[in-house]
Design a protein around this ligand. Structure first.
Ligand code: PHE
Length: 339
């Protein structure tokens, strides 16, 4: 092989090395040119048969070629390996991995919206424990010892019957009034527990939001105004509310408050069981006997209280006809209904 042939071969080797895509390709180039049976050792063997004048040049060039090619292959190998680790040889046309974003659970969403509406009316949020005393859940709320809700059927008693899982958020009224003087304006969202058999509209564990406003000259019409305002803020302008007379041991007079069905606009559907209305809250004027329990002056103060079922609000707002769907954690459902 003469000098110019050698140089041509060198150029080819460099092109092949640069075109190599993988470590295997690089290794193949190395073997082809530098391997024991490769092109370069063959050239070295041929040196002896060359003219002495040519021999020196070809020998020198072949040696340089060996070094250059070795260096090129080494460098390229290192760079390609680094490239894949550092994300360089990264294929930006590959579709990315999609991470599904979570949504806010509809129960949490309605709690947040409800709280924010009442905050805008000047209510503050207060809190109470899920495990309550018999006194705060029943006695201080003027619930007589023989009241059916105290029956084992309804209440999860804990241990020696003086502790229980609260059956309503109303004990927080007692906590609030025990710890401060009027005026009081609070809302309390939280979990409640009852020994109910689960069906489409009942669950042993559900949520309520309690409201309490105590001041001078608070009246039932204040309660009605606030609940009507709340209903429109949460559901939209076209919702109406109605009060039905009812009984609760801790309010007098007592009412139940229904919202017109947001799903069918009152014409009757599965969510409202064809009545056009949905029972949302128990409410009323705080019974003076409750004020006596917490040491409030019954001559000076009046107040209203309400307890709304959060799941009921969710069901009517999002058109959910079975409460169990809220606890099944079926992502197909949550993706549609959550926020
Ligand atoms: N605590 C009552 C219930 O769970 C609702 C209620 C709250 C009624 C406040 C009157 C006043 O049914």
């Amino acid at each position: 092989m003469n000098l110019s042939e050698l140089k041509t071969m060198m150029d080819e080797a460099v092109v092949e090395a640069n075109a190599a895509m993988t470590n295997e390709d690089l290794e193949a180039v190395r073997i082809k040119y530098l391997g024991r049976k490769g092109v370069l050792p063959a050239v070295m063997k041929e040196l002896r048969s060359l003219e002495p004048s040519e021999r020196a040049d070809v020998g020198k060039t072949a040696n340089e070629f060996k070094q250059t090619l070795n260096k090129l292959l080494d460098e390229k190998g290192r760079k390609d390996n680094e490239g894949s680790a550092a994300g360089e040889g990264f294929d930006c046309t590959l579709p990315g991995r999609w991470h599904r974003l979570g949504t806010i659970h509809p129960v949490s969403a309605v709690i947040e919206q409800t709280v924010s509406i009442f905050r805008s009316l000047g209510f503050t949020v207060s809190d109470g424990p899920d495990i309550e005393t018999r006194y705060r859940n029943y006695t201080a709320l003027n619930t007589p010892e023989h009241h059916p809700s105290m029956d084992e059927q309804d209440t999860f008693w804990i241990g020696e019957d003086d502790l229980l899982l609260r059956t309503q958020t109303s004990p927080v009224q007692i906590r609030a009034m025990e710890s401060c003087q009027p005026p009081i304006r609070i809302v309390t969202p939280g979990r409640c527990y009852r020994r109910d058999t689960t069906d489409a509209t009942h669950s042993a564990n559900f949520h309520q939001i309690e409201g309490l406003y105590v001041d001078r000259k608070v009246s039932l019409s204040d309660l009605k105004g606030v609940l009507a305002y709340f209903a429109k803020e949460l559901m939209g302008e076209d919702v109406s509310i109605r009060f039905r007379p009812h009984f609760f041991p801790f309010t007098e007079p007592s009412v139940e408050c229904d919202f017109s069905c947001h799903v069918c606009k009152g014409s009757g559907c599965r969510v409202c069981k064809n009545s056009g209305w949905i029972e949302i809250a128990g409410a009323g004027m705080v019974d003076p006997r409750v004020f006596e329990k917490v040491g409030y002056d019954t001559e000076k103060y009046t107040g209203y209280a309400f307890g709304m079922g959060i799941e009921r609000l969710v069901m009517v707002k999002y058109g959910v006809s079975d409460i169990r769907m809220l606890y099944d954690n079926d992502l197909r459902f949550l993706k549609q209904v959550g926020r």
